[in-house]
Design a protein around this ligand. Structure first.
Ligand code: FAD
Ligand code: FES
Ligand code: FES
Length: 471
C-alpha cells in the first residue's frame, strides 16, 4: 500500500508520472527544495540565482509556438527560482524520471558514453536542458543555446556538446514524446499560505489590492530577490497563466504582446516578424531563464538594464495597464518616472505591450556585457532607423544602462534626421549619442567605458550594414 499522503484536488503535482500532494510548499519554499524534499536529489542548488542550471527540471508547458499538432512542450526551467506552489496541477519530470541506471534515457546514455560527466554535480541539470531540446517538435540540428544556462566546472563542454549532437529523434514509443501531442496541464486556481493562483484577471486584481500583495510571473527576478536578498512578500499573486495576459496578436497597424508570455513564447510566436526583438532574444540570459521570464516581468522590475526596454523604446511601444478601473495606455517613453519607478499604480498590472507597424527598415541591438551570452548588460543600444536612398528619414534609439531609467537618445535621433548614412553624415549623431544619459561607474563598467560604447555604436552599426564602412 502506498505511504504517499493523499493528493488534495487542485494542489497535486504529477512528478515523474506519480501524483504527489503539494504539502509544505508555501513560499518561500522553491520547487527545487520541495522536489529534493521528496528524495529527488538529482537537481542541485549551485547558485540559487538562475546562473548555473544545476537545478533544471522539465515541466509540461504550453508549446511556445502554440502548435495544435504538439500543444505541449517539455520545458526546462530553473527550479531554484520558481515557488513550489507554482507547480500545483503541473507535470514535472526530473532527471530521475527520465531514466534509471539500468535503463538510461538517450540523453543520459550519450552523456555517459561520451564522458560528459565527471563529478556529476551539473549532470542532472544538463540532462534536463538537453532532454527539453531532444523533445522539441521538428528539431533538426541540436540547438546549442538550449544548454546556455548550464555550467560545468570539470568536464569541459566538448564531450557535452558531442553528446547533444549524437542524439537522434525520440523513439516512436517514447512516452514523453507522445505527451507533447496532448494538451498541456491547465493551471488550476488554488491558494496556500502566502500564495494564490487566481482563476481570473478580475480575481487577480482584487487580490493585488490586498496589503503586501505582489504579482509573480516567471519569478526569474523575484526568485533571486527571495533567495539572495530574503524578500518575503505577504502574498504572491500568480499571474503567469492568466489567459487575458497571454494573447499575442498581429494586425495591420499594431502587434500586441501579452505581458505574461515568456520570451521563449514570444520568440516562437512572432517567428521573425520583429527583427529587433529577434536580435534581443538570444542575448537575453539563457534558454532556461527565457522559458520563465516574461515581457511584463521585464517591465515590472523597472530595471534600467532590462534588455527588452531599449528595444521596446526604439520600437515606439505603448504599455497597456489594467486595474480595477479598467485599462489605460501609456507610451513607454512616459512609463518610467525614476529608478525602478513607473506610472503603474499599486494594484495595476501590465496587460500587454503594443508595437506600432510598419517597422523601421534597419534595426539592431548592441548589448555590451562582460560575456557574449548569459550576462547582464553594461550598456544596451537598440536602433530602429528608416534609411531611404542613403539618407536617414527617421530614427528611434533606445538606451539601457546609462541612466536611472531606460531612455530614448533624442538628441542623437534629431541629429540623424535627414543625415547621410555615411561616416561623415552620422558623425554629429554619434557625438550626441556619446553624450546621452548620465552613465555611472559601477561593478559592471565605468562611466567612461559606457560613454565610449555609446560613442562607437552608430559607426559600428554603419559598418555592420551591407556595404557599410566605419570612419
Ligand atoms: C540568471 C539571470 C539572468 C538574467 N538575464 C537577464 C538579461 O540578460 N536581460 C534582462 O533584461 N533581464 C535578465 N534577467 C532578469 C529577469 O529574468 C527579467 O527581468 C525577466 O523579464 C523578469 O520576468 P519574470 O516574469 O520572471 O518576472 P518576475 O520575477 O515574476 O517579476 C518581476 C517583477 O515584475 C513584476 N511583474 C511581473 N509581471 C508583471 C505584470 N504583468 N504587471 C506588473 N508587474 C509585473 C513583479 O511583481 C516583480 O516586481 C536575468 C535574471 C536571471 C536570474
Ligand atoms: S541553482 Fe544555479 S541556476 Fe538554480
Ligand atoms: S561534471 Fe562536475 S560540474 Fe559538471
Amino acid at each position: 500500500m502506498s505511504t504517499e499522503p493523499a493528493a488534495r484536488p487542485g494542489v497535486a503535482v504529477t512528478v515523474n508520472g506519480a501524483a504527489r500532494a503539494l504539502v509544505g510548499a508555501q513560499p518561500p519554499v522553491t520547487a527545487l527544495d520541495w522536489l529534493r524534499g521528496l528524495g529527488l536529489t538529482g537537481a542541485k542548488e549551485g547558485c540559487a540565482e538562475g546562473e548555473c542550471g544545476a537545478c533544471a527540471i522539465l515541466l509540461a508547458r504550453p508549446a511556445p509556438d502554440a502548435s495544435p499538432a504538439a500543444p505541449t512542450a517539455w520545458t526546462a526551467i530553473n527550479a531554484c527560482l520558481v515557488p513550489a506552489a507554482a507547480l500545483a496541477g503541473q507535470e514535472v519530470v526530473t532527471a530521475e524520471g527520465l531514466g534509471a541506471p539500468d535503463a538510461l534515457h538517450p540523453v543520459q546514455r550519450e552523456l555517459a558514453v561520451r564522458g560528459g560527466s565527471q563529478c556529476g554535480y551539473c549532470t542532472p541539470g544538463f540532462v534536463c536542458s538537453m532532454a527539453a531540446e531532444f523533445y522539441r517538435p521538428g528539431r533538426g540540428a541540436f540547438d546549442h543555446h538550449a544548454l546556455s544556462g548550464n555550467l560545468c566546472r570539470c568536464t569541459g563542454y566538448r564531450p557535452i556538446i558531442e553528446a547533444a549532437e549524437a542524439l537522434v529523434a525520440p523513439a516512436a514509443d517514447d512516452p514523453l514524446a507522445a505527451r507533447t501531442t496532448a494538451p498541456p496541464p491547465s493551471a488550476p486556481a488554488h491558494a496556500l499560505p502566502g500564495w494564490v493562483r487566481p482563476g481570473s484577471l478580475t480575481e487577480a486584481l482584487a487580490r493585488l489590492g490586498e496589503p503586501g500583495a505582489v504579482a509573480v510571473a516567471g519569478s526569474t527576478d523575484l526568485g533571486v530577490e527571495a533567495n539572495l536578498r530574503g524578500a518575503r512578500p505577504d502574498l504572491l499573486v500568480a499571474i503567469d497563466r492568466l489567459d487575458e495576459l497571454r494573447v499575442l496578436t498581429v494586425a495591420d497597424e499594431v502587434v500586441e504582446i501579452g505581458a505574461a508570455l515568456t520570451l521563449s513564447e514570444v520568440e516562437a510566436r512572432l517567428a521573425g516578424r520583429i527583427p529587433l526583438l529577434d536580435a534581443v532574444f538570444p542575448q537575453f540570459a539563457s534558454r532556461l531563464i527565457r522559458n520563465g521570464a516574461t515581457f511584463g516581468g521585464n517591465l515590472g522590475t523597472g530595471s534600467p538594464i532590462g534588455d527588452l526596454l531599449p528595444a521596446l523604446l526604439a520600437l515606439d511601444a505603448d504599455v497597456v495597464l489594467v486595474g480595477p478601473a479598467g485599462e489605460r495606455t501609456v507610451p513607454l517613453t512616459a512609463f518610467f518616472t525614476g529608478y525602478r519607478r513607473s506610472v503603474r499604480q499599486p494594484g495595476e498590472l501590465i496587460a500587454r505591450v503594443r508595437i506600432p507597424l510598419p517597422l523601421a527598415t534597419t534595426t539592431a541591438f548592441h548589448k555590451i556585457a562582460k560575456r557574449r551570452f548569459d550576462d547582464i548588460s553594461s550598456v544596451a543600444v537598440a536602433f530602429a532607423l528608416d534609411i531611404v536612398d542613403g539618407v536617414v528619414r527617421g530614427a528611434a534609439i533606445g538606451l539601457g544602462g546609462v541612466a536611472a531609467t531606460p531612455i530614448r537618445a533624442t538628441a542623437a535621433e534629431h541629429a540623424l534626421a535627414g543625415a547621410a548614412w555615411t561616416p561623415a553624415g552620422i558623425a554629429p549623431a554619434a557625438a550626441a549619442l556619446a553624450a546621452a544619459g548620465t552613465p555611472l561607474d559601477d561593478h559592471r563598467a565605468s562611466a567612461s567605458y559606457r560613454r565610449a560604447m555609446l560613442g562607437q555604436a552608430l559607426p559600428r552599426l554603419l559598418a555592420e550594414q551591407p556595404g557599410g564602412r566605419a570612419s
